[in-house]
Design a protein around this ligand. Structure first.
Ligand code: IMP
Length: 174
């Protein structure tokens, strides 16, 4: 893969501030309840790890893995579950934790999939809301950062599996 130049879009400090704000909103909104956080692998792993450590409500945790972007920066257009949630979600409040919502197709698919598990509620928390290629209208209850366009890496997000470990978020100069 060709090496791309990168420029910082969100520093580690900006991300930490937004994660803290999200955690306090979620803790307030779900006060007195238990919430099941479902991390969407692999991109949400750092965000989820930082978020849960700031929540003040009881949680359960599970993961789902979907294949949507095969390689590179273009969507394959197909979404399928490769690792499914194992917890019984019946009657529970579920929060899907995403790294980034782009077209919205993955999130819409997951929301529908989890609704069939008879959860009491299914809401979305995404670190980044990227609007450029939104194809479906989907309510995003918790958004950390807004991004108009571009392909970003770092803080869990990758391009061909590279750059997940960067503490900040960078735009690739394609
Ligand atoms: P959507 O179905 O188009 O909303 O795509 C959602 C998924 O695409 C995310 O969970 C990411 O895995 C991937 N994705 C979309 N945009 C980016 C990006 O800028 N950087 C890294 N991954 C991205």
């Amino acid at each position: 893969m060709a090496k791309h130049e990168k420029r910082v879009i969100f520093t580690a400090e900006e991300i930490a501030r937004q994660v803290e704000l999200l955690a306090s909103r979620i803790s307030a909104d779900y006060a007195g309840k238990e919430v099941v956080l479902i991390g969407v692998l692999k991109g949400a792993f750092i965000f989820l790890a930082d978020l849960v450590r700031q929540l003040t409500i009881p949680i359960q945790l599970d993961f789902v893995r979907v294949a949507s972007y095969g390689t590179g920066t273009e969507s394959s257009g197909k979404i399928r579950i490769t690792t499914d949630v194992e917890l019984d979600l019946q009657g529970l409040d579920v929060l899907i934790v995403e790294d980034i919502v782009d077209s919205g197709l993955t999130t819409a698919f997951l929301k529908q999939h989890l609704a069939t598990r008879k959860a009491r509620s299914v809401k979305i928390c995404t670190l980044i809301d990227k609007r450029e290629r939104r194809a479906v209208s989907i309510p995003l209850e918790y958004v950390g950062l807004q991004l108009e366009k571009g392909f970003v890496v770092g803080y869990g997000l990758d391009c061909n599996e590279a750059n997940r470990q960067l503490p900040g978020i960078y735009e690739l100069i394609l």
